[in-house]
Ligand binder design. Structure first.
Ligand SMILES: NC(=O)c1ccc[n+]([C@@H]2O[C@H](COP(=O)([O-])OP(=O)(O)OC[C@H]3O[C@@H](n4cnc5c(N)ncnc54)[C@H](OP(=O)(O)O)[C@@H]3O)[C@@H](O)[C@H]2O)c1
Length: 315
């Protein structure tokens, strides 16, 4: 079966999406050839007043346990670094990326997932209070131990990723080979904060795409690619960051492409991401198998060059 270039976002599993529905989505994903599952140790602390988390990893762990043999068919990606600690405000009070925080965060994730390895470990957000060398070596130690397969950086600025990669290279250690940032077909206004993150550095920019194109070992994953449903749903207004004239032109072209192809706007967006240069892996969050089916068809759709050129030209 062909592998699908789509990651299943498990952020809401076990919290907003109940276990039964989460299992059905996971089953459907694997049946359709999906392999990549994205979660984090801090999902979803913001859904409850006690700021408890681990719901998503626990549901994935329960699903792996209930489906013998499925562990070898999927690649689990989880994140460390953003877990709230203490009662103070987040993100100021979070576990961070010191060597002990990484080691204990990953140990807890393995326990919740009920597995002995994480295929891709993301550092969820930067921690500039810790020397980069310490983070790089703590991550590489996990790879050397066989606990982690691959390393990725999420919500990091490029110069920090590049610096971390240089440190790893110079010390003959395994470094980052994956980036995870917010990205979709619509472009945010320059300088607009990433919704819910209160910072301006989590977006894919032209520089990100150029960097990934130039570094053959790097892959790029895009979060919130469907803008939480805003391309197709009136109940999901576009975030304020997209309030500029280029959005009107892009939505126009997107609508035309979807009508010509007889598909949904969501599907055109996913096809645009997966078939671009560089190819991007969208991480889609779904709360039903119907939404998942729509995403799977979109991710495997191949856009005619002429349509892609028109979509790209709308700025
Ligand atoms: N690294 C990071 O900092 C970071 C940040 C955010 C997310 N992520 C990752 O990215 C994943 C996806 O993020 P996201 O959930 O923010 O973005 P998203 O995939 O753009 O939006 C997901 C939501 O869109 C709606 N939706 C999905 N498919 C739809 C369809 N076919 N038709 C209509 N509505 C549809 C659903 O809303 P309803 O459920 O309400 O129907 C769904 O919950 C997460 O699960 C997580 O793994 C990472």
């Amino acid at each position: 079966m062909t592998q699908v270039n789509l990651a299943l976002g498990a952020m809401r599993f076990g919290s907003e999406t109940d276990e039964r529905t989460s299992f059905a989505i996971l089953d459907r994903f694997v049946d359709a050839g999906g392999t990549l599952i994205d979660t984090a140790n801090c999902y979803a602390f913001w859904t409850n007043p006690e700021r408890e988390s681990g719901h998503s990893e626990r549901v994935i762990g329960a699903w792996l346990a209930a489906r013998p043999g499925v562990r070898d068919r999927v690649r689990i990606a989880t994140k460390v670094g953003s877990l709230p600690i203490g009662d103070g405000p987040w993100p100021e009070n979070r576990e961070g990326l010191s060597a002990p925080a990484i080691a204990s965060g990953v140990a807890d994730s393995l326990e919740r997932l009920g597995t002995d390895r994480i295929d891709l470990l993301w550092t969820h957000m930067e921690d500039r209070s810790v020397p980069l060398e310490e983070t790089v070596h703590a991550l590489a130690d996990l790879v050397d131990a066989g606990t982690v397969g691959r390393l990725g950086a999420s919500n990091h600025v490029l110069w920090r990723v590049e610096r971390a990669r240089r440190i790893a290279d110079a010390d003959h250690r395994t470094g980052y080979t994956a980036l995870q940032l917010r990205h979709s077909y619509l472009r945010p206004r320059p300088g607009a904060p990433v919704a819910g993150h209160n910072h301006r550095l989590g977006w894919v920019t032209d520089e990100t795409l150029d960097y990934v194109k130039s570094e053959p070992d790097l892959v790029l994953w895009a979060y919130t690619p469907l803008l939480s449903g805003a391309y197709t749903r009136d109940d999901r207004p576009l975030p304020e960051a997209y309030d500029h004239p280029g959005t009107t032109r892009r939505l126009d072209e997107l609508g035309k492409a979807a009508a010509e192809l007889g598909v949904t706007r969501n599907q055109v967006v996913l096809a645009w991401l997966t078939g671009g240069t560089p190819p991007v892996t969208p991480i889609v969050g779904v709360s039903s198998t119907a939404q998942l089916d729509e995403a799977l068809t979109g991710a495997t759709l191949v856009l005619l060059e002429e349509i892609r050129t028109r979509l790209d030209a709308a700025t």
